[in-house]
Design a protein. Sequence first.
Length: 178
Amino acid sequence: MTDTSKHPLRSIRSADELLAYSLALETEAVDRFNDLADQMEVHHNYEVADLFRKLAKIEGLHIDNVKQASAGKELPALMAWEFEWEGGESPEGGLMEEAHYLMQPWHAIELAMHGEQRAVEFFRHVAETAEDETVVKMALEMVEEEEEHVALLKKWQERFPKPEEGWDEDLDAPVLME
């Protein structure tokens, strides 16, 4: 898995800015999980595709929570390139590179769990570096929420055995033709 220390290069200065970052983070997570589900369907891996769709729905609920928290506020209108993510992408980004077309439910949950752990570290960093007490409080609440998601995913993962060595071997692997 990738490095779990993805956080902004500078501190978040306001509650509205934190909400804008949170909205971007959760939106990217939904998009990534839906993209992964599409990829799994292409390879007829429907069980994992369904799991990624469920994860996208859960992340969609987070978007609803952020929108509710920001109701009546004017969030900063940041373009994608204006977000200062460490490594250039949000904490829940990077999932596509870690996916494999033969992955099993255990792997899908592991992938999701790493995204949630990166989100925990992101919000923890925000809480540690913010000067505004409201931002600190909000970030700590988000840490708690993301930690609950990690715990939920760990429980969920226990339902599936860890795949044995060689799970990704395919004697007739797909080939991209140009």
